[in-house]
Design a protein around this ligand. Structure first.
Ligand SMILES: [Zn+2]
Length: 425
């Protein structure tokens, strides 16, 4: 029997034994990959689907029992949606090398969570060798944290190492030496133009596969172990667009429309300017003799009497990091507002935004908004809990042209919601 038939039969047997992993993996495409560094791995495809890759040479020399353990490990990655979650992180990075480094660290974090969830702790005999299992203990971290938590902790303690795989070697990035069960081959996609849209596609695909497998599984009256049932419930919940992506969309849209406006007023016949996207804005005016204003002014207004934390603001701005930090035409001013404007300063980097929360609640944001208007900002991002005077009552002409309200969970939108977009944390 060849390797592919054996794997197919194994999965079919799990179905007969009412083992959920059989139901899940009978719906996932499989492909032999002799170059794989480990026995198996789930990987994203460019069309938004998922494939189970396996190395025939290793699989042939591994017991059914070990294969099931590895399948369970891979299945846990799927239920946790680890691939689309990673792609979302990578989509926000401006350089490939940083994205790759973060992917390496994410993979360790993902293993730390799934091995604890599935209680996989002992080394697994594969191809005549015992493969160590990646657990939080190895990094002196506690168990039962979510993957994002491990990711941030590991980022703090990572060292500069050589990046392996495409794009490396020779390039240095942050990371750890890895020695786990699978190396998540193919999780690093080179040259995919839009990682966030791929991430959404894969997310939807995994959801369909889970839904489908669950239907048959329940019909067969299979019983799910509790830890899997919880993960499935989370995985099937309607997807939430991370709010920083909404902020990015709004800011890029505003910026783009500003340039479209300034070009189209020059000559209506030159419609080709509509083809110019955000990334390819010309640096030299295509209309000699006229000077264009390329500056784009962002005001970040922070309500320091509220309950917004520094991390929330950094997270909120992470999607527009490129625009704020890399674009020399963008000017970002921070206004810290309490009863009035307490502080005003320019920033080049998001991490330069530092403020002290007074946390008394109740504030007057009006003066901050009037100042933002005075600064002639193109867009004002206001971080607040919304406990302020009724902004909706102010004359629109006294307020900034565009306002994006970023309101935290316990916040109240009722006093601000008619003056701009509202994004919930
Ligand atoms: Zn893994």
């Amino acid at each position: 029997m060849n390797t592919s038939e054996r794997l197919k039969n194994l999965i079919a047997q799990y179905v007969l034994k009412y083992n959920y992993w059989g139901y899940l993996f009978s719906r996932i495409r499989r492909r032999a990959d002799p170059g794989l560094k480990s026995i198996m791995g789930v990987a994203p495809e460019r069309d938004g689907s998922i494939v189970l890759l396996y190395r025939p040479e290793y699989l042939d020399n591994t017991s059914d029992e070990s294969v099931l353990t590895v399948l369970e490990h891979e299945g846990m990655h799927l239920l946790n949606k680890h691939i689309p979650r990673l792609l979302r992180i990578m989509a926000n990075e401006m350089t490939t090398i940083i994205a790759k480094s973060k992917a390496e660290i994410w993979n360790i974090a993902a293993d730390c969570s799934v091995n604890v969830q599935a209680n996989i702790r002992k080394p697994i005999p594969i191809n005549g060798r015992n493969w160590p299992v990646c657990l939080p203990e190895r990094y002196n971290l506690p168990e039962d944290k979510i993957t994002e938590w491990y990711f941030l902790e590991l980022l703090k303690t990572s060292k500069t190492i050589e990046i392996v795989g495409p794009g490396g070697p020779g390039k240095k990035g942050l990371g750890y030496e890895k020695g786990g069960l699978d190396n998540h081959a193919g999780w690093q996609l080179d040259g995919v133009p839009d990682l966030s849209s791929l991430s959404r596609k894969i997310d939807g695909h995994i959801q369909d596969v889970i839904k489908d497998s669950l239907k048959t599984f329940s019909k067969d009256r299979g019983t799910l172990p509790a830890h899997i049932a919880d993960l499935i419930q989370d995985a099937l919940a309607p997807p939430k667009a991370p709010y920083y992506q909404i902020i990015r969309k709004l800011i890029r849209g505003t910026r783009l429309s500003k340039f479209k406006r300034s070009f189209t007023t020059v000559n209506r016949k030159r419609t080709y300017v509509f083809m110019i996207d955000d990334k390819h804005l010309p640096m030299i005016s295509p209309f000699p003799g006229r000077k264009r204003d390329y500056t784009f002014k962002i005001v970040v207004l922070i309500d320091t009497s509220g309950s917004m934390r520094n991390e929330d603001i950094a997270e909120g701005l992470s999607g527009v990091k490129n625009i704020i930090e890399k674009d020399r035409h963008v000017h970002t001013t921070v206004l810290e507002v309490d009863a009035g404007v307490e502080k005003e300063y320019r920033v080049k980097k998001i991490r330069d935004i530092q403020f002290n929360i007074k946390g008394r609640g109740g504030t007057t944001l009006g003066p901050g908004l009037f100042r933002a208007r005075e600064l002639e900002c193109d867009v004002c991002l206001a971080f607040t809990d919304g406990y302020t005077e009724t902004i909706n009552d102010y004359a629109r002409k006294d307020l900034p042209k565009k306002i994006i309200w970023v309101i935290n969970k316990d916040g109240d939108v009722s006093r601000v919601n008619r003056t701009g977009w509202v994004v919930h944390l």
